[in-house]
Design a protein around this ligand. Sequence first.
Ligand SMILES: [Zn+2]
Length: 580
Amino acid sequence: MPRNPYRAAKLLAVSLVSATLSLNFAAEPDLILHNGKIATVDPQFSIHEAIAIGESRVLQVGKNDSILNLRGPKTEVINLRGKLVLPGLIDSHSHPADAAMTEFDHPIPEMENIADVLKYIRARAKVVPAGDWVTVRQVFITRLEEQRYPTRAELDKAAPNHPVLFATGPDASLNSLALKESGIDRDFKVTDGGSGFAEKDPQTGEPTGILRNATRYVKVKSASSNPTTDDRLKRLTALFADYNAVGLTAVCDRAASADEIALYKKLREFGPLPVRVHLSRHIETIGDLEKIQSQIRAVAQDPLFTIKDDTLRLIGIKTFLDGGMLTGSAYMREPWGVSKIYAITDPAYRGVLFIPHERLVPLVRTAVENNLQFTAHSVGDGAVHALLDAYEEVNKSTPIRETRPSISHSNFMSREAVEQAARLGVAMDIQPAWLYHDAHTLQAQFGYDRMRYFQPLRSIFETGGTVGGGSDHMQKIGSLRSINLYNPFVGMATAVTRTSPKLKSPLHPEEALTREQMIRFYTINNARILRRDADIGSLEPGKLADLIVLDTDLLTCRDTQIASTKVLRTYLGGKLIHKR
Ligand SMILES: [Zn+2]
C-alpha cells in the first residue's frame, strides 16, 4: 500500500472511474507521459491523452487529469505537446547477428547496375591475392538496372585470376575459375538428396555459371579477416542502437544458428538487451529425417524456450521450403516462363521446392507436438500452398493454432491461400521492403494480373488472418542503406500506398492497408507472431512499457509524410533507450 493516505484515496477514486484500465493503483508511476495522442492499439484502437508507467509496465492510460493525479514525488512527468505515441515497433523477420557483420572487413558500396558489380569485383581482385575468392552477396538482380545476373564471361573478364561468386539467396552466378574449383562441370548433379541444379548452355551443354539452389556446392573460402567475439558484440550493439533509433523494440531473428544464439546470450551477460530478441532456430532439412526430428525436439528443451525470458527467447524453428523471387527459384504454381531477367531457358520451369510433402508433414508435426512455432521461407504461391497443405494435414490430428504456425515471406498467395491461412490460424510475416525494392522487376517478369495476390495485406486483414511486417534485414547497419532496408516507416508507407520509386503506378492498390491496419501490422500482429501478445504489441495496463514518441502523426499525415517519420524517443520496459 502507498504510504501517503491522501494519494491512496486519489488513486482509488481514479481506479473507480477507470477500473478496467487500471493495473495496480498501489504503485507510484515512475513515468507519466501526458498531453499527447497515445494510440494504444488495443482491440478498439482507443486513443488516450496520457499514460502512466511503473515497474517497466503500463499502469494506466486515460485523460490528462486522471493520469496526472497518479503522480508521486518520484514520478518523472513529460509533456508530449500533442505528439503521437505508439507501442514499440516490432520487426518479425530480421537477421541482426549476421547483418551487423557485413561490412566488418571493408565497406561495400551500393551497386545499382552490372557495371557497379564488375567495378567492385575488379577492386577486390586488386586487394585479394590471386587464387583467393572474391564474393558478392545479396546484390539482387531484381534491383539492378539491367535486371539480370552478371554472366560467367563478364565475371571472368573482371577477375580472371580469382574464383568469383555472385550469390543471392540459394542461387548464384560463378566465373570459370569458381566453377572449376567447385568441380561443377557439364556432368554436375546434386547428390545430397536436396534439390537444385546448374543451368547449362542448350547448345554446348556447358554450365552457364548460374546455379539454382546449389550454392552449397560452391567451395568458397572466405578471404576476409576473422572478427573476434568482441568485434561481433560491438557491431551488434551498434545495430541494436540503430534499431532503437527507428522505433524497433522487438525483433525476430528468423533463422538463428547456434553461433548467433551464443552471441545474443553473450551480449545479454553485459546487461539487458536493448531490443527484445526472439529466435526462430534454423533447422537444416536435408538428410536423415529421424535426426532432424530429434534436433527439433532438442530446441523445445532449450532453456531459452522453456524459461520465458523477456529479452531473449526461442519461439520455434525455421526452415526453407523454396528458393527466392529475387533470384529465380521461388516455387510457383504456374511456370515462371522463359526469362531474360532470371536466365531461365526451360518453359516448364516452376522454381525449386526444397522439401517434398511426405517429409514436410512429419517435420511440421514434430514442431507442433513440441509446442514450437513452425515457419518456413515460402516465397512462391506453390510453396505457400504446399506449406498450408502440410499444416492442414497435421491439424487433422494435432491442433496447430496455439503454436502460431507461420509462413515466412508468403509473397505470392491466392484467394484460397488467404482463406485457408485464416481458417487454420496460420500467420504470415511479410516484408513490404520487397514490394518497395523489387515489384517493378517482378511485374516485368509475371505481368500485372499474376501479381494480384502479391503481398495481399488487405485481404489477409479482411479475412481475419494475421499478418505482420518485417524487413528481412540481412546486410549492413543503417535503416535506409541496409539490405533489405529496415526502416519500418518506409515499410508502413509501402503497405499503405503499394508504390515505390521504381513503380510507375501502385501495384494492386486494392491490397493497401488503412493507417490503423498499418500500425497493427508493425505492433500487435507481430506480437502475435512472436507469441508475445500477452506482453507487448499494445499499450494496455499490465503490458511491458515499450513505446515510441513520433514527430509525425501517422494517423492524419499525408501518405508522402509517412516514410520520413522520425522517432523522438524510444522506451523499452519504461526505460528511455533512444532520444533524438
Ligand atoms: Zn530472412
